[in-house]
Design a protein around this ligand. Sequence first.
Ligand code: GTP
Ligand code: MG
Length: 304
Amino acid sequence: MDLLVRGPVDISEITGMDLEVAVKLVTKARQQLVEDGRIDKDFVTATEIYKRRQDIGKISTGTSALDMLFDGGIETQAITEVYGEFGSGKTQFCHTMCVNVQKPKEEGGLDGGVLYIDTENTFRPERIVSIAKAKGLDPEKVLDRIIVARAYNSAHQELIMQEAGPVIEESKIKLIVVDSAVGLFRAEFLGRGTLANRQQRLNKFMHLLVRTAETYNIAAIATNQVMASPDTFFGDPTRPIGGNVVAHTSTYRVYFKKSGKKRIARMVDSPHHPEQEVIFALTEAGVADLEEESKKKKKDEAEE
Ligand code: GTP
Ligand code: MG
C-alpha cells in the first residue's frame, strides 16, 4: 500500500533505484493488492466503480445543520478542506470530528481512530475530553484512539504523511486531520521568488494526502487560512491561501465565517452538493446546532 501511495518517482529518488525498476516494483505491489482484493484493477467497469463508491463511509458532524451541508457527513476517499479566518471554528470542527469518527456506524461514526497532524500546536486534549463527555463517551478511550503528530516544519509535515501507512493500519485510522495544511508552507516560503517552489511542495503534500485517503478508504480534513484579496469587488474579500494546488486536490471545500457568536458554513466547491449555507454554533460540545443551543439554554434557565 505504501509503495502505491508514494509512487515510483519518489521511490527511485529516495533509493537511487532506476525509475524503471521502481515502476516494476510498484506494478508488482499493485498486482498483489489487486489479487488480494484490496484495491481495484486498472480497468474497471462503471459498475465496479459504483460498488467501490458504495464503500465510501461518512462521518456525521453530530449537527443537523452541517450534516445537511455535507449530505450526511465527511466522506472517506476524499479531502474536505475547511477554510476561514481566525476563530471561525476550523480547529473546533477538527476536534469534534476526532470524537465523532469513533462512534459506531449506527450512530454516524466509522468506529475508527484518528491521525491528527498538528502544525500550529493548537491540538487540545482537554477539548476532546469535554466534547467526548458532552456526547456521552468515555473520554479516556476517546483520547487513546487519537494519534497526534506535531509537525515542526513543512518537510517534517511531509515526512509524517509519508510514514503514516503503518500507523493507519495499526491504529485502524479512519480520519486524518491536518490543521493547518498550508500554514508551515506559507511561513517558510516567503516572497514571490519562492512561490513556485512552495506550490510544488504543497502540491506533493496534498497529493500524498489524497492518495492516502483513497488507498486506505479514510476521510481527510485539511484546514486552510484565508488572505485578503484586494482585487475582489463583490462578495467576500477573502479567499483561501494555497491557490489552485489545494483547490484541485480537495474534493469538498467549505468556508467557515464568523457572524457574531454564530458561525456560517458554506459549501463552496463540490462535485455533487448544492452550493448552500448553514448556521451553526461553537459550544462546549464542539460544533453544534443553534436550536439545541437555545433549547439547552432555556432548560438551564428554567432549572435556575
Ligand atoms: P485559527 O486557527 O486561528 O485560524 O482559527 P480557527 O478557525 O481554528 O478557530 P478555532 O476553531 O480555534 O475557534 C476558536 C473559537 O471557538 C473561539 O473564539 C470560541 O468562540 C470558540 N470556542 C472554543 N472553545 C469553546 C468552548 O469550550 N465553548 C464555546 N462556547 N466556544 C468555544
Ligand atoms: Mg485553528
